[in-house]
Design a binder for this molecule. Structure first.
Ligand SMILES: [Zn+2]
Length: 139
């Protein structure tokens, strides 16, 4: 038997795609991102939980501090310094800040926070819009 728990988070952020991209998403724009974290494991703890949902607040705090009301830009985007000069928060990424890559960043943080002998991060799903989502699996 295997158990899975799912926790949702949300944040507001701006981004634009500059790396090898020339479509409309090269314009700076924002999304209300919805994140779904899937954790899994084969054993429950002494409270018969895979993980107490309250523990996922660690990831919520990281999302709030790192991604919420931030502009997410590829490291070669010329807008980085301009935004910083106005005191804006910028998260610089090594890849285009696509939904796929933002999901990767969240998955890596979730692994750091929650992975142990009994819990694994299964996947992170992120919606950019009501109809568009990306999913990244740990394996
Ligand atoms: Zn977008």
């Amino acid at each position: 038997m295997k158990y899975q728990i799912i926790k949702e988070f949300s944040f507001e952020a701006a981004h634009r795609l500059m790396k090898n991209y020339c479509g409309k998403c090269a314009n700076n724009h924002g999304h209300s991102y919805l994140v779904k974290l899937h954790l899994e494991g084969k054993e429950l703890d002494e409270k018969d939980m895979l993980l107490d949902f309250i523990e996922t607040k660690l990831l919520k705090t990281w999302i709030d501090e790192t991604l919420d009301h931030v502009t997410i830009l590829w490291e070669e985007d010329p807008m980085i310094e301009t935004l910083r000069s106005f005191g804006n928060k910028v998260l610089v990424t090594t890849k285009n800040p696509t939904a796929e890559h933002i999901a990767e960043l969240i998955l890596a943080k979730a692994q750091e926070l929650f992975t142990n002998e009994t819990i694994q991060v299964f996947c992170v799903e992120i919606n950019e819009t009501c109809t568009s989502a990306a999913k990244v699996y740990a394996n």
